[in-house]
Write a protein that binds this ligand. Structure first.
Ligand code: FAD
Length: 389
């Protein structure tokens, strides 16, 4: 079994296959240091924690992660808070930065004797129509090689070799560009409020999310194509303070920016998540806009489903779960996509329309926020989807 990519999907899959007695190797393009320091997600759903617990992979998360259960909306009509752990399924998030989760999963896999090759880029998957697919690889020194297995799991993200190797027309590619872009910022500064902050402002969206007691993630909606370095740190902090209405609700705790990236909010889904003996999981299967913090959670869920199905097939000769793998994941994926699209509409002005049409969309957005502020059933629905995968 060959697994491409050592992100959350590939490492959960590798750990579970190893524990289930399936011989596998993980091939990763980046170095170990790069993999351990790539900061992206942070909010883990209760179901993700349950999955990691079930397989003894949650020790670091319980030691260093923090429970989080409140979000605050700041809008032109005032602010309101939702304590989502008292709503819907009454579940909180656990805040545990993705690079720490990946480091935990990596350590567990290597300590258990798992095989993993860093600085090994998968170039292409061949023979997925048959039952001995192979992967050509290139090392950092330019040397090439080939790995072969009964199946190949593509957990190598949106731009990986698995997607590239799918024959034209073999899967359907659904895509949506939400038309919105963010500067994703990581600040060496303590959180400024004890909640996730969503600020809806005429100048654009701003977001605040705790990562650790010393580090906070901020998002700032920007024009499409804005280079990540275009704004000075002062301009970024002033704009965040303005959109988060710091003069009304309290100042932001400023600090140096550790990392910035431009993120275009896009979503896509490949259907089915399989072509012959090539199976897809995580961002390789479906990219989801970060507006609802779902990507890493879906990656873990899919990796568990895929591991179970592969163990059934390879160890017990039972192919049914593998045959159902794609359909089971797609149910979760589309539900998460729908909620993430709803969040994009809640938090941003719809790009494109002008004049009366823009004002109409704006009023719809304000009405949606008002429902969330005042309707208990709307709040329950929000909480169930916000924390659920
Ligand atoms: P990845 O984490 O991308 O891992 C893929 C791995 O494959 C990488 O290590 C890569 O180096 C490797 N690779 C790529 N190509 C090759 C190749 N050809 N050969 C070998 N290896 C290869 N999700 C949440 O759930 N909650 C959040 O709060 C959240 N916040 C986010 C914030 C931002 C700014 C962004 C950008 C994303 C966020 N996400 C969040 C999404 C989440 O980070 C991703 O969905 C998640 O990383 C997907 O995991 P993965 O294992 O599928 O892919």
């Amino acid at each position: 079994m060959v697994v491409l990519g050592a992100g959350p999907a590939g490492l959960v899959l590798g750990n579970l296959l190893l524990a289930g007695g399936v011989d596998c190797v993980v091939l990763e393009r980046a170095t170990a240091e790069q993999v351990k320091s790539r900061s992206r997600a942070g909010f883990l759903a209760a179901n993700t924690v349950r999955i990691l617990d079930r397989h003894g992979l949650a020790e670091g998360l319980h030691r260093r992660g923090r429970t989080h259960s409140t979000c605050e909306f700041r809008t032109e009509d005032g602010r309101f808070r939702l304590d989502y752990a008292t709503l819907g399924r009454r579940e909180p998030h656990t805040v545990h930065p993705q690079h720490e989760l990946v480091t935990d999963l990596l350590t567990h896999y290597l300590d258990a004797g798992g095989r993993l090759h860093f600085a090994t880029e998968a170039v292409a998957v061949h023979g997925a129509d048959g039952d001995r697919p192979s992967v050509t690889v290139r090392g950092a020194d330019g040397r090439t090689g080939t790995w072969q297995g009964r199946y190949v799991a593509g957990c190598d993200g949106r731009h990986g070799a698995a997607r590239r190797s799918l024959p034209p027309g073999s899967v359907r590619h659904h895509r949506l560009d939400h038309g919105v872009s963010w500067l994703a910022l990581l600040a060496e500064a303590p959180p400024s409020l004890d909640a996730v902050g969503y600020a809806v402002h005429e100048r654009g969206f701003a977001g605040h999310m705790a990562r650790t007691p010393e580090v906070t993630r901020y998002y700032l909606q920007c024009e499409r194509g804005t280079p990540p370095g275009a704004w000075s740190e002062d301009r970024i902090w002033d704009e965040l303070a303005l959109r988060m209405r710091a003069s009304d609700y309290g100042p932001l705790r400023r600090g140096p920016l550790l990392h910035r990236a431009a993120v275009d909010l896009e979503s896509d889904v490949l259907e089915p998540l399989r072509h012959g003996s090539l199976l897809l999981a995580g961002d390789a299967a479906s990219l989801i806009s970060p507006s609802a913090a779902k990507g890493a959670n879906l990656a873990v869920l899919e990796a568990e489903l895929l591991a179970r199905a592969l163990i059934d097939d390879l160890r017990h000769g039972s192919p049914d779960a593998l045959a159902d793998y794609s359909a089971r994941c797609l149910e979760h994926i589309w539900r998460a996509q729908e909620f993430s699209r709803w969040m994009v509409g809640l938090l941003h002005r719809v790009p494109g329309p002008a004049g009366d049409e823009a004002a109409f969309h704006d009023s719809l957005r304000r009405s949606r926020l008002a429902s969330l502020r005042t309707s208990r059933s709307c709040q329950d629905w929000f909480a169930e989807n916000y924390v659920g995968v």
